[in-house]
Design a protein around this ligand. Structure first.
Ligand code: WTA
Length: 658
């Protein structure tokens, strides 16, 4: 046991800043008995029945966890269920048909409300339409929609007929869409005419058309009319209008298809170490059980709540905590199309106030912006309806944490700092808000039933306070089942590093580094792979680099993340032009264009530094660590291992001068 005072300096969070859950919160919390940790421990893995038993099963499962074929774990086998039935139909049957399911807030102040009954009608009609378009159970449907109600409707319609959805973030480029459709073998696309981007009507349909040009398959497309007369469009061959389809199938219902627990509910492409995006496969039973359980236990959501996760459904956070988690519980989920600063910087607080939002969940990057803008914006509104605040996506750090706690939560709402990933499906590390002390900056302990270890290269647990690799030591229900079409890569990327297959010991490598303290609280430090968390999504530096080197005149490039003053991660690109180092405006323009077209605007570098060469080791490896230090204005370490140390001076001059 380490003496607290002695460790004070390297402890990420001084003990005296930890906070107890507010009493009035604990009194009403869904989970408030600390015994839950032991109960889960003592009955693992059967403890997860608690999560599964909150779902409606067509046929009861007979085995909680099958691990014979690890790391291809199988949860709740023998059971069948349907996610759409769990998120919609059962709330009608329980007499909640007029309860609001989705409250949509449009960018320009438009509002739409879907009760569970409305959602049922919409999902059924669209499911009937998809069937008519030839979609069968198992067919992958790609959905390329911005934050409009048709997005969750399309997802639930797919789930209803057993067709896995493949949602592609609407801001990604035509190339990115084509790559993901091709990899998933998807021949049906749901998109829209366009949407508002920075006030302009942006043409999404033409982007989708460009994607289709590079696909071999004949793609059937459904087009949602978001912009009407603002952006007139013409339907081509194999294209259908969403509203026309709804009308054609008006009043039709489709029986939810009974899916095996392990059947794929959806697939989501995310960035990894190597260039190709990875198709993360999620199951039906385990995923839904885990998201519903964490929505209730961690976010403390109750059916009567108005709950708002201000993320985009195009990423995993929105899948799990705008759509599946809250709808499985029968609560009201708010969906917001716009940005936090339009028409003014109090937009989110205005929405919280007007809808009396109970639980609010967002990302540290947003919180840092709020902090920069100042408390006068939240102060304009009555935020007393809030009961709990959540954060996800990046390390938050004590200062933004405290700001959020004080100025948004009025020191009355617990803040849950939830760590998880596209691959984990649902939250795996967080405090339980009605049970645990909060330590601002540390995410928290492993949730009940989850096993966490921070280890060195050899898989040995490090001492409290030491940096190591964050691993998960046990399977969990929401875990990814494989990478689509790449079982080998699944094992290689996540299990090979720290597992001992001969001893049948499996350990999941998260790709994050972290420290853990004496109380088991994990503080996340960052990623070990070449992934940047920026603009709410996960980007691969290799993907960006390859788009940059596609440009004529570029020899090589290295992309790193830079923490900006406001705390966001900015994308910093070093570009070598093979001899010339002048900052070249035309080349800069071509680079930005190429990245935008290969990935999307979110991946465009904020800074481009031209250099005759990249700094390399004698063995020819790019010294990324050094480039990261330069980008972050850190003191530069030893550069003696460099083959071309003189280049560092040139880069610094170029950066400071140009
Ligand atoms: C990071 C988002 C610190 C982490 C749900 C992880 C976090 C990656 C936290 C996954 C947190 C997520 N504190 N870092 N509370 N939550 N991360 O797949 O690096 O988009 O590996 O899933 O975000 O990003 P993804």
């Amino acid at each position: 046991m380490v003496d607290r005072n002695e460790r004070e300096t390297d402890r990420p969070i001084p003990a005296d800043t930890s906070r107890s859950p507010p009493e009035q919160f604990v009194e009403q919390a869904n989970v408030s008995d600390p015994a839950i940790y032991d109960e889960f421990e003592d009955s693992w893995p059967a403890c997860w029945e608690r999560a599964a038993d909150r779902l409606s099963w067509r046929e009861e499962y007979d085995t909680v966890l099958e691990d014979e074929d690890a790391p291809f774990y199988r949860w709740f086998t023998g059971g069948t269920l349907n996610a759409s039935e769990n998120c919609v139909d059962r709330h009608l049957e329980s007499g909640r048909k007029n309860h609001v399911a989705i409250r949509w807030e449009g960018k320009h102040g438009e509002r739409e409300t879907y009760t569970y009954r409305d959602l049922y009608v919409a999902v059924n009609e669209f499911a009937a339409a998809l069937r008519e378009l030839g979609v069968e159970a198992g067919d992958v449907v790609t959905v390329y929609l911005p934050m409009i109600p048709e997005l969750p409707i399309a997802m639930l319609a797919c789930a209803r007929i057993g067709a896995p959805h493949n949602v592609v973030f609407a801001g990604l480029s035509a190339d990115a869409l084509a790559t993901r459709m091709d990899a998933a073998g998807s021949e049906i696309l749901v998109t829209c005419d366009g949407y508002y981007r920075r006030g302009d009507a942006f043409n999404q349909k033409s982007r989708a058309e460009n994607a289709k040009l590079s696909l071999e398959a004949d793609v059937r497309t459904v087009v949602v009319d978001r912009l009407g007369a603002q952006l007139p469009h013409v339907l081509g061959e194999d294209e259908w209008d969403y509203d026309d389809l709804r009308e054609e199938f008006s009043g039709e219902t489709v029986d939810p298809v009974a899916r095996e627990s392990e059947d794929m509910l959806f697939l989501m492409y995310t960035s990894g170490t190597t260039g190709d995006p990875k198709g993360v496969v999620h199951s039906t039973g385990g995923y839904l059980a885990h998201v519903a359980w964490t929505t209730r236990a961690v976010l403390d959501v109750e059916p009567e709540d108005t709950y708002w996760c201000a993320a985009d459904i195009g990423w995993i956070t929105g899948h799990s905590y705008i759509v599946y988690g809250p709808l499985a519980l029968g609560t009201t989920t708010v969906m917001y199309e716009g940005t936090p600063d339009y028409p003014d910087r109090d937009r989110l607080w205005e929405i919280v106030d007007r809808n009396a939002v109970d639980v609010f969940y967002t990302a540290p990057t947003a919180i840092r912006s709020f902090m920069k803008w100042g408390e006068k914006y939240p102060d304009r509104h009555d935020l007393s309806s809030l009961r709990l605040l959540g954060t996800v996506g990046e390390p938050i750090g004590p200062r933004p944490w405290n700001w959020y706690y004080t100025h948004v939560g009025g020191e009355e709402c617990p803040v849950v700092d939830t760590w998880w990933q596209t691959e984990t499906g649902a939250v795996t590390i967080s405090t339980l808000p009605g049970v645990d002390e909060m330590k601002p900056g540390a995410a928290g302990p492993a949730l009940p039933g989850i096993g966490v270890a921070v280890v060195d290269e050899n898989g040995v647990s490090v001492d409290p306070g030491e940096t190591g690799y964050l691993t998960l030591t046990r399977p969990w229900p929401g875990m990814l089942r494989t990478l689509y079409d790449s079982d080998d890569r699944f094992v290689e990327e996540y299990w090979a590093q720290f597992s001992d297959p001969d001893a049948n010991e499996w350990r999941y490598a998260s790709g994050d580094t972290a420290t853990v303290d004496e109380d088991g609280y994990v503080t996340i430090l960052g990623r070990v792979d070449d992934v940047i968390n920026a603009g709410g999504g996960r980007l691969s530096t290799m993907e960006i680099e390859s788009a940059i080197t596609d440009v004529d005149g570029v020899a090589e490039s290295a992309v790193v993340g830079r923490s900006s003053d406001s705390g966001d991660t900015k994308i910093y690109a070093y570009v070598s032009t093979g001899g010339r180092s002048e900052a070249n405006a035309e080349l800069r323009r071509l680079i930005l264009e190429s990245v935008e077209s290969a990935i999307g605007p979110i991946a465009k570098p904020h800074e481009i530094v031209f250099t005759p060469e990249l700094p390399k080791t004698r063995s020819g490896k790019i010294m990324r660590r050094l480039l990261e230090d330069i980008a972050n204005d850190e003191e530069l370490g030893d550069t003696s291992a460099l083959r071309n140390p003189e280049i560092v001076g040139e880069i610094l001059t170029d950066r400071d001068g140009g």
